[in-house]
Design a binder for this molecule. Structure first.
Ligand code: CAA
Length: 261
């Protein structure tokens, strides 16, 4: 929409779509880009008609080639610390109730790979490349590359990527390793991601949001607490109209008409 310059947004059906749009810098993630992204995501999260979000890069060369190195190069520790450098990156994404699907075509490097991993599902175009090259700059990943990547692909591969900076994952390797849920042809990636987002958006929103919360709890809690959390959410969903509707529709052999209540 008109108020953004570094991203583009649109709504397709019940899906909010955000395109990172800084093609000349391979969508390097500068502060202003993240301000716009956070604003767009907050609006989508509040919009009752939107049930899921797709985040992608403009064109097919890059999802994002990382944090903006030119913006970052003169920063110092005290300012980073007192101003909370990179806190902006997780401020909105962390509080999103609705699922976000990353559709990754081209480079997802450094902060770009980390941004994709902050999303709930990653789909990749056939030529996608994932990497954490921060070590080549004299730093380390700062937005989840040493944490989420380990959860996604295990220590051996993550350690190799983070320590060498040059060991990249192709789309196929990323899928085999469990980072990516599915691979699509480059030209149809975004369309396919939107289709799946639309399918998610057609479910009952309270159940989708609780499902997301419960899966995320698996990374935060010991198993017994996670199982108790899951059980309580499961029990709670019987307070929704959509549970009654969903089960009645099954018994009556018809499609459910969810009202998200
Ligand atoms: N920051 C700022 N500008 C970037 C950028 C970045 N991360 N990545 C690419 N660009 C810019 C380039 O400077 C270049 O701009 P100019 O035309 O003005 O010179 C433009 O995008 C195109 O890039 P290249 O000419 O380098 O394109 P290429 O096809 O030769 O190479 C690439 C592509 C391999 C992705 C290469 O651009 C590259 O290595 N980029 C940096 C990747 C990187 O190190 N990312 C990690 C950043 S640190 C980080 O993300 C910290 C964190 O954990 C949060």
């Amino acid at each position: 929409s008109a108020e953004y310059t570094l991203i583009k947004t649109r709504i397709e059906g019940n899906v909010g779509v955000v395109e990172l749009h800084r093609p000349k810098a391979l969508n390097a993630l500068c502060t202003d880009l993240f301000r716009e992204l956070n604003d767009a995501l907050a609006r989508f999260d509040q919009d009752k008609n939107i049930g899921a979000v797709v985040l992608t890069g403009s064109g097919t060369r890059a999802f994002a080639a990382g944090a903006d190195i030119k913006e970052m190069k003169d920063k110092d520790f005290v300012t980073n610390y007192t101003k909370g450098f990179l806190n902006l990156w997780t401020e909105q994404i962390d509080r999103m109730r609705k699922p976000i699907i990353a559709a990754v075509n081209g480079y997802a490097l450094g902060g770009g790979c980390e941004l994709a991993m902050m999303c709930d599902i990653i789909y990749a175009g056939e030529k996608a490349v994932f990497g954490q090259p921060e070590i080549n700059l004299g730093i380390i990943p700062g937005a989840g590359g040493t944490q989420r990547l380990v959860h996604a692909i295990g220590k051996a591969k993550a350690m190799e990527m983070v320590l060498t900076g040059n060991a990249k994952l192709t789309a196929k390797e990323a899928e085999a390793a469990g980072l990516v849920a599915r691979i699509f042809p480059i030209e149809s990636l975004v369309e396919e991601a939107i289709k799946i987002a639309q399918e998610i958006a057609s479910k009952s929103q309270p159940s989708v949001q609780m499902a997301k919360e419960a899966v995320n709890a698996a990374f935060e809690m010991p198993l017994s607490s996670g199982l108790r959390f899951e059980r309580r959410l499961f029990q709670a969903l019987f307070a929704t109209k959509d549970q009654k509707e969903g089960m009645a529709a099954f018994a009556e052999k018809r499609k459910p008409n969810f009202t998200h209540e």
